[in-house]
Design a binder for this molecule. Structure first.
Ligand SMILES: Nc1nc2c(c(=O)[nH]1)N[C@H]1C(S)=C(S)[C@@H](COP(=O)(O)O)O[C@H]1N2
Ligand SMILES: [Mo]
Length: 318
C-alpha cells in the first residue's frame, strides 16, 4: 500500500500533531470519557481537569464564518443521529458505534488528480489548520441543530492533490464494514454510502471537513474520524466516516438519489419553497425548541452561496 509521506510538515507542526494524535489515542482507549464529561460525572481515577484537557483539541481558532445562534446541547448532538450504517433508529448509533475503530484510518484519494495516494488521516488534517465553525445543520426530515464543528476547509486540502482540468465533481465514500456497522447487514441503502459535490461547491470556503465538535474529537456516531459538512445543503450531503475521495468528470451516483430519485436530488440545497414530495420544507424544528421556526433559503447561507446556482431551476435540479 502506498502511504503518502508527511514530507511537507514543518517541524513546528510536529508538536501539534503529536498532541492531536495523543488525544485521539486517549479518546479511543477511554470510550466512556465523552459521555462522562458531558454529564459532569467524573470517571474513577481521572480528575475533571484531566478529562477536560484530554478532550480539548488545544487552541482552535474561532471562525468568523460561524453563526452566533445558540448551540444545540452536546447531549442532543451526540444522542440523536442519522447514521444508517449503524441503525435507522436515531438513538441507536450512540450505543452501536461505541467500539467503532477509527484509528488507524486511511483515506484513498483518487481520480482526476496528479497526486493520487492513500493518506493516513493525520497526513490529511494538520492540527494548526483546525478551526471552530458553528453551523446550522438542517436535516431533510425538517429538524435542525446548531453544531460547533472543529475542522478544516475542504479547499485547503484539495489543492494538495492537484486536480486536473477534468475534475468537475468530487465523490466521497463511507467505510463499508458490516462486521463493525450492523446497519450494513441489511440493504436499507445501497452500501457503501456515497455523496458528491460539484467542484465549485467543494472549493467553497464554507465547505468543511470535520474531525471534531464542541472542541473535542468527533464522537463516532457523528461520523468519526472524518466527515463532510456542507451547511447550506440538507444533512444527508454531509457524509460520515469517509474512506475515499474521488475526483470525477461526471456527476457522482449518490446513495440517496439512487434510493429515491424523485425525493432526493444531487444538489439537495435547503429550499423552503421546494417541498419534498411527501412533506413541506417550509418549517423546521430546532432540536431543543418547542415551537417550529421558518426554514431559511439555503439554510441562511444564501448571501454566500446563491451565486453558485444562478440560472439553475431549483425545482428540476433539486
Ligand atoms: N455515512 C453516512 N453519512 C451520513 C448519514 C448516514 O446515514 N450515513 N446520515 C446523513 C443525515 S440524513 C444527516 S441529517 C446527518 C446527521 O449528522 P449528525 O448525526 O452528526 O447530526 O448525517 C448525514 N451523513
Ligand atoms: Mo438528514
Amino acid at each position: 500500500m502506498l502511504i503518502k509521506q508527511a514530507d511537507d510538515i514543518k517541524s513546528s507542526e510536529i508538536t501539534d500533531e503529536k498532541i492531536y494524535l495523543q488525544r485521539r489515542r486517549f479518546l479511543k482507549t477511554t470510550a466512556h470519557v465523552t459521555l462522562t464529561a458531558a454529564t459532569g460525572i467524573s470517571l474513577a481515577g481521572i480528575s475533571a481537569p484531566e478529562v477536560a484537557a484530554a478532550l480539548s483539541m488545544g487552541d482552535i481558532k474561532p471562525s468568523p464564518l460561524s453563526t452566533d445562534e445558540a448551540k444545540t446541547d452536546f447531549k442532543d448532538i451526540t444522542s440523536y443521529n442519522n447514521f444508517y450504517e449503524f441503525s435507522t433508529d436515531k438513538e441507536a448509533p450512540a450505543h452501536l458505534a461505541k467500539n467503532f475503530k477509527t484509528s488507524p484510518w486511511t483515506v484513498s484519494v483518487e481520480g482526476e488528480i496528479n497526486k493520487p495516494a492513500q493518506y493516513q488521516l493525520e497526513d490529511l488534517v494538520k492540527p494548526h489548520q483546525l478551526q471552530e465553525r458553528i453551523y446550522r445543520l438542517r436535516c431533510v426530515e425538517a429538524w435542525s441543530m446548531v453544531i460547533p464543528w472543529v475542522g478544516i476547509p475542504l479547499r485547503d486540502i484539495i489543492g494538495r492533490f492537484e486536480p486536473t482540468s477534468k475534475a468537475k465533481y468530487v465523490e466521497f465514500t463511507t467505510l463499508y464494514d458490516p462486521e463493525q456497522m450492523p446497519g450494513q447487514r441489511r440493504r436499507v441503502l445501497n452500501w457503501p454510502y456515497v455523496e458528491g459535490l460539484r467542484m465549485d461547491e467543494a472549493m467553497h470556503p464554507l465547505t468543511l471537513l470535520a474531525v471534531g465538535l464542541y472542541g473535542q474529537v468527533l464522537p463516532n456516531q457523528n461520523g468519526a474520524p472524518l466527515r463532510l459538512v456542507v451547511p447550506w445543503k440538507y444533512g444527508f450531503k454531509s457524509i460520515k466516516s469517509i474512506v475515499k475521495i474521488r475526483f470525477t468528470q461526471t456527476q457522482p451516483q449518490t446513495t440517496w438519489a439512487q434510493a429515491g430519485p424523485g425525493e432526493y436530488g444531487f444538489y439537495a440545497n435547503v429550499n423552503p419553497d421546494v417541498d419534498h414530495p411527501r412533506w413541506s420544507q417550509k418549517r423546521e424544528r430546532r432540536i431543543g425548541d418547542f415551537f417550529k421556526r421558518d426554514t431559511l433559503m439555503l439554510n441562511g447561507y444564501a448571501d454566500q452561496v446563491a451565486s453558485l446556482y444562478q440560472g439553475m431551476d431549483p425545482k428540476t435540479l433539486y
